[in-house]
Write a protein that binds this ligand. Structure first.
Ligand code: FE2
Length: 321
């Protein structure tokens, strides 16, 4: 009984005040990545204003936008393409966050807020729980046009924001932010990170009998949009949240496995209706499945040849087929 009482007490202490209006205190026993907060930002990690971009930087946005819009019709989810239109992301130059927030706010109540760099998990979750999407303030250069490691304003705004114009997806992202606080309580952030990775960043969706992408990591780069939808190499497996949260992921190459949802409602209910307390208690600290694995319980849409990865992937300039 002492154990139960102690856990109940910890739960009460660690869960933020119901409305998430202020940033909850992060308990000392919770592990998060140590990030050095720049002196000019406060506890919320928000930049005072979006930066002013030069003409050359606006031109980089326009070129990235044009390149993606060549590739995405027939590959991007219809909700994503509708979002780019509703928010007119191609009206020229890096979108102004204030204008975008007003328009997105009218659709789903979300806003876009500028941050200097990757921000700590608990702050990120808190913003999501308040329907604020933190977006990188900087834009890549011509030298890093094809590949950047840290998400910039193009990845964050072009990749993520159109889906936030969809009501169901908008609710999913807020619920994810709230779930983040629970994951921290169990020190299972890596597992929740895998769910983000395989849905928000690299998720695929069935639209009738057509496969489409809704993940921002796929939609903000030209190579993966083609690979994820058409290549023979990767596995495509229907989403099972328990299984995905036990699955490792790579961050510096195309994905060996994509998880597919039947609809945005499917994603929302698989996640929001789940007993995460029970799930977190059952998870090991590390991952159970390799990112190439196909396991007995999987509902497999396409079993990949893994040829791209067997040939060495990006490091050996293998063909993404
Ligand atoms: Fe992202």
């Amino acid at each position: 009984m002492i154990g139960v009482a102690a856990e109940t007490m910890a739960t009460t202490e660690l869960l933020p005040a119901g409305d998430f209006t202020t940033l909850p205190e992060l308990p000392a026993e919770v592990f998060t990545a140590p990030l050095q907060r720049p002196p000019h930002v406060g506890e919320d990690w928000l930049e005072p204003t979006q930066r002013d971009y030069g003409a050359d930087e606006h031109a980089i946005w326009d070129d990235l936008y044009a390149r993606q819009m060549d590739v995405l019709p027939g590959r991007a989810a219809s909700a994503f393409l509708a979002g780019t239109q509703k928010l007119a992301l191609g009206r020229g130059g890096v979108p102004e966050f204030a204008r975008l927030s007003k328009e997105l706010g009218a659709l789903t109540g979300w806003s876009i807020v500028p941050v200097p760099m990757l921000i700590p998990d608990h702050v990120f979750f808190w913003h999501l729980a308040n329907r604020r999407f933190p977006a990188g303030n900087f834009i890549r250069t011509r030298e890093t046009f094809d590949y950047i490691e840290e998400p910039d304003v193009f990845h964050d705004v072009f990749g993520h924001v159109p889906m936030l114009a969809d009501r169901v997806y908008a609710d999913y992202m807020q619920a994810y932010g709230r779930a983040g606080w629970k994951a921290m309580r169990y020190n299972r952030l890596k597992a929740l990170g895998a769910l983000y990775w395989y849905t928000v960043e690299f998720g695929l969706i069935m639209e009738g009998d057509k496969l489409r992408a809704y993940g921002a990591g796929i939609l903000s780069g030209p190579a993966e949009a083609v690979f994820a939808i058409e290549a023979q190499s990767p596995n495509r497996i229907f989403l099972n949240v328990d299984r995905v949260m036990r699955t490792d992921y790579v961050i510096d190459d195309l994905q060996p496995t994509y998880f597919v949802i039947e609809s945005l409602d499917d994603l929302y209910h698989q996640t929001v209706d789940r007993d995460f307390d029970r799930l977190y208690r059952s998870l090991n600290a590390g991952f159970t499945y390799a990112n190439t694995a196909v396991i007995d319980i999987d509902n497999v849409l396409h079993r990949g040849s893994q040829e791209y990865f067997l040939r060495g992937g990006r490091a050996s300039s293998a063909n993404p087929i």
